[in-house]
Design a binder for this molecule. Sequence first.
Ligand SMILES: [Zn+2]
Length: 113
Amino acid sequence: MHEYSIAYDLYATARKAAVEHHADRVKKVCVEVGKMAMVNPEQVIFLFDTIKEDDPLFTKAVLECNEILPHTKCTCGYDGEEIFVCPRCGALPELVKGREIVVTHIEIEVDGA
Ligand SMILES: [Zn+2]
């Protein structure tokens, strides 16, 4: 249930941000999913929909997953997308980006006072 805990985390993060901004409705939650995070975005979206179902704040909320490519760096100076073998020196490059799953922004509606 790796995806379930991820979906729940995204929901909790978005909910906290929405409450902090006095939202009446959340319209969209944008998420960056690193290709190396090894999750299935469709499954995360499905689970997110299940989790938010009972929350009136999230009735219309849509989870948008944007896959991001990995980014690696090697001690030899290589900087690119090869994740297993450095094309310059053959060493294992360091993954600097591509494993994270983060909420980048949320869109909310506020009815006003
Ligand atoms: Zn290298």
